[in-house]
Design a protein around this ligand. Structure first.
Ligand code: TXA
Ligand code: MG
Length: 349
């Protein structure tokens, strides 16, 4: 297959694979958007150095203009070209985690345009671990700016089917890299300050970062709702995110107890997001979905966005009760996304 076209009610999108790579190159070179695969989530890609191209990202996603984009590089040998004040610790990180799900915020050089960074004097850079996207970056003379390839506010896309759902008729093509293996977005670490600060938990865990850097500060917005007048350091983290149309409530506590609690609140308009092991608690519920095994946070990360999207296919569901994963390791990213989808609505049992 070189390319295939898929449609939804809004229009069509071309699905490109390896033989279609040259087409993706041509589209990006002519300031068009291409959805690119990465190991975390699909990205809505554009020439990071072209204003006309980057403006299309904001239009298509309905993304607020004050929310800066991540710039995707071929490797850490591109860092000097786009960033400055790069400490040896930054290279310790890239040697260990690139290509991979770690985004690093650094002071930007003037070559990185204002419209990519929303006027900030820093830029977020990452090197994605996807063979197709690596080949694409090799073929281009510019880096790719790419936010997650979902409409703003919706869960990120981790499969081509999700991309078709959100972006058909809005973007000419998606490069098909299969299902994303990590399933939650990259970790964002600010290395532009005196001390490293975690701005968003993601595919590289806090524990892994601390094994390289020592203690890392954690932006308070990651674990609780913001107070009045407070701003998260990653501008995008202030928006309601990752949410299905139904209201989500996270039920915290021992897994058996939370499943038992959810059983008592079931009704025709109630959906359930639970661990695989507890699906059998909800035989009558038309919208009970598994987010993977209680014991596999990797599986939970891979499935979370797909399952959150699933509730939008059940318009009768107005409220979803979700079991809460553990928040260590990759679980910090999973609970952060789920808590944001819930707008920090909790029941503790
Ligand atoms: O895994 C990922 O990071 C995916 C794939 C496509 O690479 N991309 C992604 O992009 O999640 P997006 O736009 O959905 O999230 C980028 C986040 C936003 O919260 C944004 O505010 C923050 O990164 N960000 C971008 N530039 C920044 C900067 N200079 N300083 C602080 N935060 C920044
Ligand atoms: Mg996003």
């Amino acid at each position: 297959m070189m390319s295939e076209t898929r449609h939804n009610q809004y229009g069509s999108i071309r699905i490109l694979d390896l033989p279609g790579l040259e087409e993706a190159v041509r589209l990006l070179q002519s300031d068009q958007l291409v959805v690119i695969p990465t190991e975390t989530v699909y990205g809505l890609g554009a020439n990071a150095l072209s204003k006309a191209a980057v403006e299309k990202i904001f239009q298509v996603k309905h993304r607020p203009m004050d929310n800066p984009l991540i710039v995707h590089l071929r490797s850490d040998s591109d860092l000097e070209r786009y960033c400055e004040d790069i400490s040896p610790q930054v290279y310790d990180l890239t040697k260990r985690f690139w290509p991979g799900p770690l985004t690093i915020v650094l002071k930007r050089r003037a070559i990185i345009p204002n419209f990519v960074t929303a006027g900030l004097d820093t830029v977020a850079v990452r090197c994605p671990d996807s063979p197709l996207t690596q080949m694409l970056l090799e073929r281009l003379e510019f880096p790719i700016a790419a936010p997650s390839a979902n409409l703003s506010g919706r869960p990120s896309t981790t499969t081509v089917a999700h991309v078709v759902e959100d972006l058909s008729g809005k973007v000419p093509a998606v490069l098909d890299g299969g299902d994303c293996t990590v399933g939650v977005e990259s970790t964002i670490l600010d290395m532009s300050l005196e001390r490293p600060v975690l701005l968003r938990p993601g595919g590289v865990t806090l524990e892994e970062l601390e094994s390289v850097l020592g203690e890392i500060l954690v932006d308070p917005s990651l674990t609780r709702p913001l107070g009045k007048g407070e701003q998260p350091k990653a501008p995008g983290m202030k928006y309601r995110h990752y949410a299905p149309k139904a209201e989500v409530v996270v039920v915290r506590g021992d897994a058996f107890k939370t499943a038992d609690y959810i059983r008592t609140v079931l009704g025709e308009t109630i959906g359930v997001l639970c661990f695989e092991e507890y699906l059998s608690f909800f035989p009558e519920c038309p919208a009970a979905f598994s987010m993977g095994s209680e014991h596999s946070v990797r599986e939970q990360a891979q499935l979370l966005f797909d399952r959150l999207r699933e509730f939008d296919h059940h318009p009768e569901i107005t409220r979803v009760y979700a079991q809460s994963p553990v928040s260590e390791g990759l679980g910090l990213a999973v609970t952060n996304r789920l808590n944001k989808a819930a707008g920090f609505r909790f029941v503790d049992v």
